[in-house]
Write a protein that binds this ligand. Sequence first.
Ligand code: PLP
Length: 387
Amino acid sequence: MSIKLEEYIDPKVFERIRIFSENKETPFLVIDTDCVNQQLENMVNAFPYASIYYAVKANPAIEILTILRDKDVNFDIASIYELDRVLSLGISPDRVCFGNTIKKSKDVRYFYDKGVRMNATDSEADIRNIAKAAPGSRIYVRILTEGTFTADWPLSRKFGCQADVAMDLIILAKDLGLIPYGISFHVGSQQREIGAWDAAIGKVKVIFERLLEEDGIELKMINLGGGFPANYLTKANDLDIYAQEITRFLKEGFGENFPKIILEPGRSIMGNAGILVSEVVLISRKSRTALNRWVYLDVGKFSGLMETMDESIKYPIYTGKKGEEEEVILAGPTCDSADILYENYKYKLPLNLAISDRLYWLSTGAYTNTYSSIEFNGFPPLKSYFI
Ligand SMILES: *Cc1c(COP(=O)(O)O)cnc(C)c1O
């Protein structure tokens, strides 16, 4: 079934972007900066008590960072390269946290020398590194959470530690002269089960209480991570429902005066703001009786659509063509058979779809341009325009 455009984007905005795109060579991404502002505003209104640290990896374009800088947003950063870019925009290092738990000692030092004083961690070796290379800094410990099966792009297993280790690390941090500041978690990106935050907040509560009672350590901050939704084919609740529920979990766990709250949204700020404009390169049937056509596009896994891996994220795809539809298999243009976008999940596209017709991939503002490879098969990285 073709999508209802208005479920994903204001048709007037779409029309503006379509006209803007008309005489440009595909593929490329168009980011609607009004939408970025709107998404940020929604986040701020939904969580008025929280500090927002934008997860820079979702879309690190200067144009985006500048908008967020001017809205007093903070930045969750994973590498010295992201740090350089953010600082080059005149953003003060006290608006930055080093959110990557996997980091070289010399990079910890680099952040420290630039003035950053807040580090995420989840292991003893990393804490010892931080104590040496960034003495006296604030640290927060990332814990493991459940929710892998209800997040469309899970971020578990690789990051975080169990509560017992987290408590050991907090105590060690204090012994090493660091400031144990709080606990963080990430319930998985595009997390559709809001209860995942409930379970995680419950774990945090136990850690807070035990450290206070047994070790006299008072933690001050909970970092609720990202995981907030963008609009894809698989539905999620509205952000306001997330906020209502999560606020309730916090009050149930900690009372009205709950600790300082940090959020690290990436996808929910950027996702809806992007339209990837692509063109049909080839349409074929692999046998005379084949039920499905293969539709090959000029975008694929190596030009920004990495999150189609395992068909995890199902982007809404729009074509202006109308008429009888048929299920298709969608694939990219490169000479790699991994470059198939959707084969199990069948998109329906009109039978009259033809070579050189355009397909518009909605909600592609997050995790696309940076995932695009530099020259696989010679194809250049995905271009971005900002309107
Ligand atoms: C990727 C990431 C985020 C952003 O998550 P979204 O689901 O895109 O909002 C936040 N925090 C950390 C530590 C991350 O790695």
